[in-house]
Design a binder for this molecule. Sequence first.
Ligand SMILES: Cc1cc2nc3c(=O)[nH]c(=O)nc-3n(C[C@H](O)[C@H](O)[C@H](O)COP(=O)(O)OP(=O)(O)OC[C@H]3O[C@@H](n4cnc5c(N)ncnc54)[C@H](O)[C@@H]3O)c2cc1C
Length: 285
Amino acid sequence: MLPPFELSQPQTLPEALRALAEDGGQPLAGGTNLFPDLRSGREKGDQFVSLALVEGLRYIKHTEQRITLGSGTTMSDIVHDPKMETAAPALAAAAKIFAGTMVRTAATIGGNVCCGSPSADTVPPLLTLAADVTLSSASGERTVPLDEFYTDYKKTVMKPDELLTSVSWAPPAPGSAHLFYKLARRKGDAITVTGVSVMIAADAGKCTTARVALGSVAPTVFRAHEAEDLLVGQALTPDLIEQAAKAAAHQCSPIDDIRATADYRLQTAHALTRRLITQAWKQVA
Ligand SMILES: Cc1cc2nc3c(=O)[nH]c(=O)nc-3n(C[C@H](O)[C@H](O)[C@H](O)COP(=O)(O)OP(=O)(O)OC[C@H]3O[C@@H](n4cnc5c(N)ncnc54)[C@H](O)[C@@H]3O)c2cc1C
């Protein structure tokens, strides 16, 4: 059973921000994390600010310079946006195998990014897009690179009176490859054991952009910067890709849990990083 809680239902963003600043509640978006956590007792909050009726948070905007998702955009919205296949191929791939239809219809991108889970599936693709998040409060707005958003397990730089209002990124370079692989017991409705996303672009036979992000293998999803640095400016050979995969695995600090051992996560992080960079290089070269 759900414990009792108070719920405010603002209809505009200023009202929502005022409720967060003055009443100290916690945002409630699709509730697909919050309700199971409340039911199980993992979540102790008793005051929530529903974002369901807040106008202007659910949209997808494509311009030549930027793609922007309002924080209320659901996984189904991403799946059904035909431009997402080119604007963010790995994000589109992650949304397609996210949970099952019912959860995809309610789960928002804002909730997935803000829950801070290392297994949040949209985060590796967003990190390899070098996405920014916009955080709004009653006193203003700031933009933070997603790469600087997480500070520790389920901890972020967001203040209690802030809402994540949008996520945005520059369109991938023409001809680049953007991939995501979710290793889990099933493709849908299963928590990720190891998640890897890569973005690779090339020009004249050399790698011009390399971004690698890993999920479920550390307290937060993270960019494997050392691996990326090995690749940029080089023609990618199997040896170099192996070195980069090793560097990415070196940055992992996985745990044992009911889904997998730490050792399995480490080995699969290494193998999947190597496989995805290899696939991406074949696509762009
Ligand atoms: C059956 C099932 C299957 C699932 N499968 C997957 C899966 O395959 N992949 C995956 O990654 N996740 C999965 N999840 C987890 C969950 O669905 C996602 O993390 C989802 O994106 C959370 O979004 P939400 O809108 O439901 O967030 P909520 O549950 O409403 O909120 C989650 C957290 O984010 C905060 N929050 C929400 N929106 C904002 C905002 N705009 N600004 C600031 N804080 C905010 C809330 O306060 C809360 O702390 C699954 C959950 C269930 C129940």
